[in-house]
Design a protein around this ligand. Structure first.
Ligand code: URA
Length: 241
């Protein structure tokens, strides 16, 4: 058997985000065709890239992985499961869920904004690795006004907590110097909060507004999500929004 071949019920459950037994039910009800022929066997082997599979007359285009943009609200944690707190995965609607979804990178519980959720481990690694220099941009409200010399410290590749060296980061001060934009190319634990503390300030509010060249969709309300298109995925990998 070619490595590319897949059982029909597995293909249907992955692409339609239904359980394996619901996929079998669709086949039993003769709703599924493969290359124009009604499918009869759940375990029929199909080639997802070459065969034309339709369910109730609608052709299913095979996608190996999914990529979701979530506007994370404060109070929700970036984990796949937790005993006490609500997780970002619980915010994904049933019809978008897939096996093996996870958040690519962590925002703190009180941080809001863009979280990428996927089942593509290699893609997530490439987005997160400091070596790939994918920019993550944040909007922050600080307790005290940011100063020009803070921007220079951020840009110099500062040391936090006396030992951790950061890559050069950008601090853009807006007209209201307590409101700033910060761009990182890595993701250390509580990084922005610790950088602010190192220059004697404190973060009161933090929101991630873009990853690479892809900005958080402003039409997404807190807690809402949508799939990222292939074109947007390319934007995400490079540049700046
Ligand atoms: N930096 C932080 O301090 N917290 C986040 O959630 C993200 C970046």
């Amino acid at each position: 058997m070619s490595e590319k071949l897949m059982r029909l019920d597995k293909f249907l459950s992955g692409q339609l985000a239904v359980s394996r037994s619901d996929a079998k039910e669709l086949i039993k009800k003769r709703f599924v065709t493969v290359n124009g022929e009604t499918a009869k066997l759940y375990d029929m082997k199909i080639d997802p890239a070459a065969d034309s599979v339709c369910s109730e007359g609608v052709r299913l285009t095979y996608r190996e992985h999914v990529y979701i943009m979530l506007n994370k609200p404060a109070g929700v944690i970036c984990a796949t499961r937790d005993r006490l707190s609500e997780t970002v995965l619980e915010l994904i609607p049933e019809e978008m869920r897939r096996k093996d979804l996870f958040p690519a990178g962590r925002l703190d519980k009180d941080t809001e904004g863009f979280v990428l959720i996927t089942d593509d481990g290699e893609f997530a690694h490439n987005i997160l690795s400091p070596k790939k220099h994918v920019e993550k941009r944040y909007f922050a409200v600080l307790e005290d006004p940011a100063r020009k010399e803070d921007a220079e410290t951020f840009a110099s590749g500062m040391v936090i907590d006396g030992e951790e060296k950061c890559l050069p980061a950008e601090l853009e001060i807006t007209e209201n110097p307590k409101e700033v934009y910060i761009t990182l190319r890595e993701g250390k634990y509580h990084q922005i909060k610790r950088m602010a503390e190192t220059v004697g300030n404190r973060v009161l509010y933090l929101k991630r507004i873009s990853i690479g060249g892809l900005a958080l969709d402003e039409s997404l309300k807190e807690g809402e999500c949508r799939e990222i298109s292939p074109v947007e995925l390319e934007m995400l990998k490079k540049g700046r929004a």
